[in-house]
Design a protein around this ligand. Structure first.
Ligand code: ZN
Length: 423
């Protein structure tokens, strides 16, 4: 996610519901001896968890190339005997699975996931600068810290006296970023959906934010083809680059509505062979987003109309959908959304409800109650100078553990009460 995660997650701030002053379920849980002991163990592991986030950051994991990072997570989880050895698995997409069995495996399970992939290529420097207050390095917050928090939580729960009623599935999934198109979490859902009651998605830098909804996203590759030729001999022939640039300028002049918030971005442009060749090929990648499906569809229609207007002899445009994320949201008074807010409130962090674009989109679109939460604050996500704050990390993981504990106790009817809403 982008910096501090909120940048990536095209925000729409929602006012959190007033939380009652009664002792929350979360506070009651935190006060039990088993959870108190777990909190102490977490504090004692602080330095190790931070070192593990850096160790994970050092393993390159571009989207579609998560195998090495997945192997690291698999090795760590398979060393925890309290996790069900039969549940340990890595699938074809490099999703890593492990289950901590609850006392009542018939109850709907809680999925806890963190994506392993990054937006960075293999060539990106993974140089990390570690100070007392801040750690800086490509992908450290998005999502190395999230993966380290997933492992730490699995380890702390597995080694604790805490006994939860529901199964907890820990999954480090692939393909969240860019053109991964949420394929990792979609495969996770396909594999586990029968057993799941709800999901908690971890993003390293979103502490304080509770994402309860996904925005609609569509990604198009627009390619332009022409005959091409020599820049001097064939001057006057159509150039794929010239025509694509003309189209790009028209797209960049569009003014999509602010309500529903609707955006576009030409994120990549490529093409041409040499400076003295009339380009026969050029293409751009276009990211379209909206708070509503209708808003997204209207923007896409405008783009397709522009392409029609640009069609001319000797110029061929080709449009391919390379990504699609559905919209869907959890009602703000859903028990899972309430618990996520209660947990932050218990820690003295004012919760901010938001809509964004995370792995939870794919789960919400299937009607699975899901929230995305963060572990610490940070910034410059998706840049090589990405950074995270060290101080909030323990509280961020404590939040995750308490939320898992509380979600595992949710009555079964809370899961069926979620009515899918596309907004
Ligand atoms: Zn992320």
């Amino acid at each position: 996610m982008r910096s501090p995660l909120r940048e990536k997650l095209d925000r729409r701030l929602l006012r959190p519901r007033a939380l009652g002053s009664r002792l929350s379920k979360v506070a009651q849980l935190a006060a039990t001896p088993a959870f108190s002991a777990l909190r102490a163990a977490l504090q004692a592991q602080r330095a190790r968890i931070i070192a593990e986030a850096v160790a994970i950051q050092q393993i390159a994991a571009p989207t579609f190339e998560e195998a090495q990072r997945a192997a690291y997570v698999q090795a760590r989880l398979s060393a925890l005997p309290a996790l069900d050895p039969n549940s340990l698995a890595v699938d074809d997409l490099h999703n890593v699975y492990a289950c901590l069995r609850g006392s009542d495996s018939a109850r709907p399970a809680v999925l806890v996931s963190a994506h392993t992939d990054t937006v960075f290529s293999r060539q990106t420097s993974l140089c990390v600068r570690q100070g007392d207050d801040v750690i800086c390095g490509a992908g450290i917050g998005d999502n190395s810290l999230g993966v380290a928090a997933l492992i730490a939580t699995a380890e702390l729960l597995a080694r604790s006296q805490v006994r939860l009623p529901a199964d907890i599935w820990f999954v480090a999934n692939s393909r969240e970023e860019g053109l991964g198109n949420l394929e990792g979490i979609r495969a996770v859902y396909a594999r586990l959906s029968e057993r799941l009651g709800c999901a908690i998605v971890i993003e390293g830098m979103a502490l304080g934010h509770v994402y309860i909804g996904g925005i609609a996203v569509k990604r198009l590759r627009i390619a332009c083809h022409t005959e091409g030729g020599h820049s001097w001999l064939h001057f006057g022939r159509p150039s794929a680059i010239h025509h694509l640039m003309r189209l790009g300028a028209q797209i960049a002049a569009l003014h999509p509505p602010e309500t529903p918030r609707t955006t576009y971005n030409i994120g990549v442009i490529e093409g041409g062979r040499s400076v003295n060749t009339i380009a026969s090929e050029a293409a751009l990648l276009l990211d379209l987003r909206s708070e509503t499906r209708e808003g997204l569809a209207a923007l896409e229609r405008s783009i397709l109309n522009l392409i029609e207007l640009n069609r001319t002899n000797g110029v061929r445009f080709e449009v391919t959908t390379v990504g699609e994320r559905p919209a869907g949201s959890l009602p703000r008074d859903h028990p899972l959304a309430q618990l996520a807010q209660e947990t932050l409130a218990y820690l003295g962090i004012p919760p901010i409800l938001e809509h964004g674009s995370t792995d939870a989109n794919a789960l919400l679109a299937h009607g699975l109650p899901a929230v995305t939460i963060g572990i610490t604050r940070g910034g410059n996500a998706h840049r090589e100078d990405e950074f995270i704050e060290v101080a909030p990390i323990v509280d961020g993981i404590w939040q995750l553990i308490l939320l898992i504990g509380a979600a595992a106790h949710l009555p079964e009817d809370s899961f069926s009460s979620f009515v899918r809403q596309n907004f």
